[in-house]
Design a protein. Structure first.
Length: 110
């Protein structure tokens, strides 16, 4: 990775944020919300998109790891009051469900 990409990665990493899905619904309504599988590194996906690495992005889209947020996903996340990792790669907003360490209810919910 060259210095430019390292700087871009650092910038993207600094711009990621945890945000409730309900706060991101307007981007979904505009068709600008892109779901990123929890199996992928959100920053890496954002970096590849910002560097116009179409081959890699296409590969992720073909295997279902990256794609438009579906109506079913949006509803599921809304009903679950899901917390998302998010970052903007204009004009897209990349979202990734925040995966908890365990499947049990966290102390925050108690």
């Amino acid at each position: 990775m060259d210095e430019r990409q390292q700087l871009e990665r650092a910038r993207i990493n600094a711009e990621t944020a945890k945000i409730a899905w309900r706060e991101l619904q307007r981007f979904f309504a505009q068709g600008k919300a892109v779901a990123v599988s929890p199996k992928l590194d959100l920053v890496e996906v954002a970096l590849q998109m910002s560097c116009d690495n179409g081959d890699q992005v296409d590969a992720w889209m073909k295997d279902g790891s990256v794609g438009q947020v579906s109506d079913a996903q949006a509803l599921e996340w809304l009903e679950a009051n899901a917390l998302m990792w998010s970052v903007v790669v204009r004009p897209w907003v990349l979202v990734q469900p925040l995966v908890r360490a365990t499947d049990s209810t966290s102390q925050e919910d108690n």
